[in-house]
Design a protein around this ligand. Structure first.
Ligand SMILES: [Cu+2]
Length: 481
């Protein structure tokens, strides 16, 4: 199936009906006046306090805990969060900084904490090999060794990732550096530079999160009918009447989002998963699979004060939602001279690759559904051994056919990679940057290139549709001397 065709038709394939729709809260209808939309201010996660007095070191404390949150209507929904009820604070560090963390698990089950997109030693990666038992804590430490980027953190315990993220365990992890400092772009957190964590959720009629799965929910991934931004339904964000930077995270479990504005306005994408693009790319929508990020610059200088566009999110599969609205305030005191050039990226060369590995993302395989190369995750098996300091090409294909054409989203721990080509064609300009997660639609074959350096040890690669990951669509690669 062609990429364009899939993106159009998959909207119709909805997995919701299977458990019986009336057990769930229905999708609220804006025009029906269900309740007052766009009146709740968008919460911006607080920046996590750095407990260190040494400027070269950042020291943070995170606690995974249960709580209750007002996510939808009048309900107080049981949730999970870091240092709070739902989601977690934003961690902000600088390249070169030493980072010490204390992660306390106050849940009644094991969890882990993975730094998605961060290049860290395997023992501190926070994948399924580093479980944190209930009531215990974990102290990862590492030195930030990569450029400015919008990364995130979330749990990654074997078989529990989907549920924990669904309940609210996730937060953002920003890296800043001198290059980011020098660019004339908005960079004041919560003033002209906002994180937007976009998720969809499904609720039972009593307002509890419906993390139950029919076979369809497993295959499609759990697709919710209610959109949340930073844990809030239909929020409004007051923005300055000028250039604003939005850091978008698809924080959903399994839904692909096509994100744009209600009035179809153009914006500039300036960063991918792993940092800045070489130059801004003009777009009217971004396509993000679960786990992917994009930083965009939006110009609100032409909007009438008090008005503003909606942020429109198309779910694939699923519906079209006005997820939030912007309300334009006074013009800012700073104006920005947008650079044509953002950064110079260090392009990995195909000729430097020592080998090509092939990965087949299999919706159905000989050994059952949701496998990679016919295998399901086994902690006792190393699937790939990669030599430290070498460059490799990974060719990832999604050859699912027939009725169940599932998209998959491949995430590699340890590295930021580059997309070489998709079905033999060079990637779109907005994908020509540092990536850690890549969407692979049915019928697609994507070649990526990565350099495995600095750290030896065992890391994960997996589908970032979390219901797929939890069913074993994951493998382990070991970086060896
Ligand atoms: Cu998948």
């Amino acid at each position: 199936m062609k990429r364009r065709t899939f993106l159009k038709t998959s909207c119709a394939a909805l997995g919701l009906a299977v458990l019986g729709e009336n057990v769930f809260l229905p999708q609220p209808v804006l025009s029906a006046g269900d309740y007052q939309p766009f009146t709740t201010p968008l919460p911006v996660p607080p920046l996590l306090e750095n407990l260190s007095t040494d400027p070269g070191t950042a020291s943070f404390s995170l606690t995974a805990q249960r709580g209750k949150s007002r996510l939808v209507k009048e309900f107080l929904t049981p949730t999970m969060g870091y240092n709070g009820n739902y989601l977690g604070p934003t961690i902000r560090v600088r390249n070169g900084q030493k980072v010490h963390l204390n992660v306390l698990n106050k849940l009644d089950q094991q969890t882990t904490l993975h730094w998605h997109g961060l290049h860290v030693p395997a023992e501190f990666d926070g994948g399924p090999r580093q479980p944190i038992a209930p009531g215990t804590s974990w102290q990862p430490k590492f030195t930030i060794n990569q450029q400015a980027a919008t990364l995130w953190y979330h749990p990654h315990a074997m078989g529990l990732t989907g549920e924990h993220v669904y309940m609210g365990l996730a937060g953002l992890f920003y890296i800043e550096d001198e290059v980011a400092d020098s660019l004339a772009i908005p960079k004041t957190y919560g003033v002209d530079d906002f994180p937007l964590i976009i998720q969809d959720r499904r609720f039972f009629q009593d307002g509890t999160l419906a993390y139950v799965q029919s076979m369809m929910d497993v295959m499609h991934g759990l697709i919710g009918n209610i959109l949340l931004v930073n844990g809030t339904e239909w929020p409004v964000l007051e923005v300055p009447g000028g250039l604003v930077r939005l850091r978008l995270l698809n924080g959903s479990n399994s839904t692909i989002y096509r994100i744009g504005f209600g009035d179809g306005r153009r914006f500039l994408q300036i960063a991918t998963d792993g940092g800045f693009l070489e130059q801004p790319v003009g777009l009217t929508e971004v396509l993000l699979s679960p786990g992917e990020r994009a930083e965009i610059l939006v110009d609100f200088s032409g909007d009438t004060k008090g008005n503003g566009p909606g942020l429109v999110v198309d779910q694939l599969p699923g519906g079209r939602h006005e997820a939030m609205r912007f309300q334009v305030g006074p013009a800012p005191s700073t104006s920005f001279a947008l650079p044509e050039k953002l950064v110079t990226l260090d392009w990995l060369q195909e000729k430097d690759a020592v080998q090509t590995r092939t990965f087949s993302m299999e919706t159905f395989s000989q050994s059952g559904p949701l496998a990679i190369n016919g295998k399901h995750m086994d902690m006792n098996r190393i699937d790939e051994k990669v030599k430290l300091g070498t460059t490799e090409i990974w060719e990832i294909s999604n050859l699912s056919t027939g009725m169940m054409q599932m998209p998959h989203s491949m995430h590699l721990h340890d590295v930021q990679f580059q997309v070489l080509d998709r079905n033999g064609q060079p990637p779109e300009p907005q994908e020509r940057g540092r990536k850690d997660t890549v969407l692979i639609l049915p019928g697609e074959k994507v070649r990526i290139i990565a350099r495995f350096e600095d750290y030896t040890g065992i890391y994960m690669y997996h589908c970032h549709l979390l219901e797929h990951e939890d069913r074993g669509m994951m493998g382990q690669f070991e970086v060896v001397e």
